[in-house]
Design a protein around this ligand. Structure first.
Ligand SMILES: [Zn+2]
Length: 256
């Protein structure tokens, strides 16, 4: 007689359209700018860390091209790194890696692929969450060129660079063994491409608090942003047909 393993509490909060029951054990989130994570996936991060899953952040830039205009790029980078660390702390993340690429000038070149591959080999996640490399014309702010370039470089690093010993042989010389990541979740794609949904109903308020920890960017919009995030999460919930009140949706890719 076949035995059915009881679904874990975390598995009950993740719904894949194709029935894939994969539940991560360690996740690496890689994005272009401070606050991208908190707009796109902080509710999911909080849900994972609530269930004992380790989550690590990789930030391609330090957001030194953001607001306010009067602050020098160096001072702004320092401020935004501190804001991101505070936001991470709210959703249970303490390990952040800053890759140091120039804000506003990210390209999916070999240098970025190598930096991301190094990070994947160091962290050894079984899930990578990143930004979609596909331009979504329905959401032009989400389709910032730095986001598209980051997504392209990260997917290229997942396959083939990070798992291929012959890609960037200097990484092996540094002691970083090849690592294959079996799943990637892409955020900020068009609704038509999403195929995996996470129930963030219990963590929506924490997501908003994390987002508002980026005071230099989001402080001036404090009167409208929380409601906007709630509306997005509710709309995702309705579109997902899961019956969940608040949802973050992704395009899940099998990368094994
Ligand atoms: Zn961004």
């Amino acid at each position: 007689m076949a035995e059915t393993a009881p679904a874990s509490p975390l598995a009950a909060l993740i719904r894949s359209d194709d029935g894939d029951e994969f539940v991560p054990s360690k996740a690496l989130v890689i994005v272009a700018h401070p606050d991208d994570i908190d707009f796109g996936t902080a509710g999911t991060v909080a849900t994972l860390t609530d269930h004992g899953i380790e989550v690590v952040y990789g930030l391609v830039t330090s957001g030194q091209a953001g607001e306010p205009a009067g602050l020098s790029p160096t001072d702004l980078a320092q401020l935004r790194e501190a804001e991101q660390a505070a936001a991470a702390n709210i959703v249970g993340v303490t390990e952040l890696h800053w890759l140091g690429f120039p804000d506003g000038a990210v390209v999916a070149d070999l240098e970025l692929r190598k930096a991301v591959s190094r990070l994947i080999r160091i962290v050894q996640p079984d899930l990578v969450i990143t930004q979609t490399p596909e331009r979504n014309f329905e959401r032009i702010y989400a389709a910032h060129p730095d986001h598209l370039a980051t997504g392209e470089a990260v997917v290229s690093a997942v396959y083939p660079d990070a798992r291929n010993a012959k890609s960037f042989p200097e990484l092996l010389e540094e002691g970083h063994e090849p690592h294959a990541v079996p799943r990637v979740w892409l955020m900020a794609g068009s609704a038509a491409t999403t195929n995996l949904h996470v129930n963030i109903s219990a963590n929506l308020d924490r997501k908003i608090r994390a987002l508002m920890a980026h005071d230099s960017q989001n402080g001036p919009r404090a009167d409208v942003l929380p409601d906007m995030i709630r509306e997005w999460a509710t709309a995702n919930g309705a579109a997902s047909e899961t019956g969940w009140a608040a949802v973050e949706s992704f395009r899940r890719i099998h990368t094994e």
